[in-house]
Design a protein around this ligand. Structure first.
Ligand SMILES: *[C@@H]1O[C@H](CO)[C@@H](O)[C@H](O)[C@H]1NC(C)=O
Ligand SMILES: *[C@@H]1O[C@H](CO)[C@@H](O)[C@H](O)[C@H]1NC(C)=O
Ligand SMILES: *[C@@H]1O[C@H](CO)[C@@H](O)[C@H](O)[C@H]1NC(C)=O
Ligand SMILES: *[C@@H]1O[C@H](CO)[C@@H](O)[C@H](O)[C@H]1NC(C)=O
Ligand SMILES: *[C@@H]1O[C@H](CO)[C@@H](O)[C@H](O)[C@H]1NC(C)=O
Ligand SMILES: *[C@@H]1O[C@H](CO)[C@@H](O)[C@H](O)[C@H]1NC(C)=O
Ligand SMILES: *[C@@H]1O[C@H](CO)[C@@H](O)[C@H](O)[C@H]1NC(C)=O
Ligand SMILES: *[C@@H]1O[C@H](CO)[C@@H](O)[C@H](O)[C@H]1NC(C)=O
Ligand SMILES: *[C@@H]1O[C@H](CO)[C@@H](O)[C@H](O)[C@H]1NC(C)=O
Ligand SMILES: *[C@@H]1O[C@H](CO)[C@@H](O)[C@H](O)[C@H]1NC(C)=O
Ligand SMILES: *[C@@H]1O[C@H](CO)[C@@H](O)[C@H](O)[C@H]1NC(C)=O
Length: 407
């Protein structure tokens, strides 16, 4: 029944009732809700205050006003030992300093040599006889840790090959006198820009922005932002890792033929296309080049065929994803006993003019002889490079070289 929400609700109701009864606050303090701090380091509490109209005449900026910090509860009268800092005292429980100009209602305070026991809730009070007021409704939670929290990444721009991308890394600087130093580990050259910036709650952060051009070679590479916090004579580090997921058009497209040796008519031959792409290839298309003409013969990563006399010749494949297309080099399907790659078109010509066939065969024969004599034995049928020796009239626009020069 007495669940925490109800309790808080009742407390809130009670508090607002108190405020309603006694009028407005006596002091309006502004500070962050929470500060994460490193042991051994300092903490700067950005703080400002204002005096409500009814008390305004009591505040004279030319007269020194002292600032007091209390931990845990805002009621000084109940627990005077909760006062951990009083700017009018020379010795305090917490080593600190009000760095803000109190005359300008700036109560920004720095505490040095923070220890884990400082983890608590803190309230602010101003004192100038006889005017002493505390903002009981506003406090800052200081959380002291031994290790810094990880910096935070922000990515601007789509992670796509050829795109310029900006990454920023932000690390909190609770002790702006000793801000963290940010360094990057990237798979490429880059330029950085570092700056100390103020957050909306007046706390400080160090922001480092890096800009570079993405290449498909950056896909699945790690990038790291490391924050080094100087603490006394040593350093404390925190880092953030991110694996780049770069989308790119098919790369390293290659076609292979199995078996690679010349085959007999009626035997089975497999042509296989391979490629790397992100997102993966959605469409493989096979083309045959025969008699100077390119024909689409199949789709699918593998193309199996029962060899007929007209199947000999050059083949290549195209791999396609949403970002573009990659084309393989050509592979030759050689048929045993066949003197030259022929196709039905040649037979058509044969039927029409025998003399022309003789002349044509001679030309093709010698062309083939010159070509095959250039192929070394054990010729690797697959070829990792692409975009070269492109057959005329192909439909695949090759985007392969985009971003290649950035590694
Ligand atoms: C503030 O205090 C100074 C010095 O005591 C006095 O001269 C001045 O009149 C005061 N100003 C106001 C607004 O009370
Ligand atoms: C702060 O120090 C002054 C000067 O010693 C003293 O008058 C005042 O009572 C102290 N305030 C608190 C809250 O301890
Ligand atoms: C308050 O003082 C701090 C420390 O001296 C300074 O950095 C900050 O800018 C000041 N704030 C305002 C609002 O003037
Ligand atoms: C604080 O502010 C007052 C009024 O603006 C100015 O006269 C005084 O010189 C400032 N003090 C410091 C230490 O900057
Ligand atoms: C922090 O404490 C160490 C010893 O505990 C001391 O030597 C050093 O001066 C202190 N630093 C500050 C800024 O007070
Ligand atoms: C990349 O980072 C992950 C953890 O974020 C790690 O497991 C992996 O080994 C890292 N890879 C490289 C190549 O550094
Ligand atoms: C701390 O880090 C800085 C660079 O951020 C480096 O120059 C310094 O040598 C480091 N100190 C130690 C003790 O590791
Ligand atoms: C071709 O592929 C099929 C299945 O994809 C397989 O059964 C056959 O053995 C392969 N043939 C050759 C010559 O690699
Ligand atoms: C990487 O990006 C691709 C394409 O944008 C997407 O399909 C894939 O799920 C992503 N992978 C991871 C691990 O986020
Ligand atoms: C694959 O691409 C080819 C050529 O662009 C097209 O003819 C074919 O329909 C496509 N297949 C699929 C499944 O998208
Ligand atoms: C190849 O021939 C065999 C039998 O001769 C037949 O079962 C198979 O379906 C044929 N494959 C193709 C791709 O035509």
């Amino acid at each position: 029944m007495a669940c925490p929400e109800n309790m808080f609700f009742l407390i809130g109701l009670f508090m607002s009732g108190v405020l309603a009864c006694f009028g407005q606050q006596d002091l309006i303090a502004t500070m962050p809700d929470r500060l994460d701090v490193l042991t051994g380091s300092c903490v700067q509490i950005p703080c400002s205050f204002d005096i409500p109209d009814k008390h305004k005449y009591k505040f004279n900026s030319t007269i020194l006003t002292s600032g007091v910090w209390m931990k845990d509860i805002p009621y000084f009268d109940v627990r005077p030992d909760n006062v951990i800092f009083n700017s009018s005292e020379t010795v305090n429980r917490y080593q600190g300093k009000i760095t803000g100009n109190m005359s300008q209602k700036n109560c920004t305070t720095v505490f040095f040599n923070v220890t884990t026991s400082y983890t608590n809730r803190y309230y602010f009070r101003i004192e100038r006889q006889p005017f002493r007021v505390t903002d009981i409704g506003k406090s800052v939670d200081i959380v002291v840790r031994d290790l810094p929290s990880s910096p935070i990444f922000t990515v601007y721009g789509e992670l796509k090959e050829g795109n310029p991308v900006s990454l920023s890394c932000s690390a909190v600087a609770p002790c702006p006198e000793h801000p963290p130093e940010l360094t990057w580990t990237l798979p490429t050259q880059f330029t950085t820009e570092n700056q100390l910036q103020e957050n909306p709650d007046q706390t400080k952060s160090v922001l480092s922005t890096v800009t570079f051009t993405l290449s498909y070679l950056h896909h699945e590479k790690n990038i790291t932002c490391t924050a080094v916090y100087p603490v006394g004579t040593s350093n404390k580090t925190a880092e953030h890792n991110m694996m780049l997921n770069v989308s790119f058009s098919p790369k390293d497209t290659s076609a292979s033929i199995s078996p690679a040796d010349p085959v007999l008519v009626d035997s089975c031959v497999n042509l296989t296309c391979s490629s790397t792409a992100n997102p993966p290839v959605t469409n493989f298309t096979w083309f045959q080049i025969s008699g100077g003409k390119t024909t689409q013969v199949a789709s699918g990563q593998s193309y199996s065929l029962n060899v007929t006399a007209g199947d000999g010749g050059l083949y290549y494949c195209e791999a396609r994803n949403s970002h573009g297309c990659g084309k393989s080099k050509e592979v030759r399907l050689a048929i045993q006993g066949q003197e030259e790659p022929v196709n039905p078109k040649v037979f058509e010509i044969v039927g029409k003019t025998l003399g022309l066939l003789f002349l044509f065969s001679l030309i093709v024969f010698f062309a083939w002889r010159r070509r095959t004599s250039r192929l070394p034995s054990g010729f690797d049928m697959t070829d990792r490079s692409q975009g070269q020796n492109s057959p005329a009239g192909t439909v695949c626009f090759n985007q392969a070289t985009v971003g290649r020069g950035n590694q």
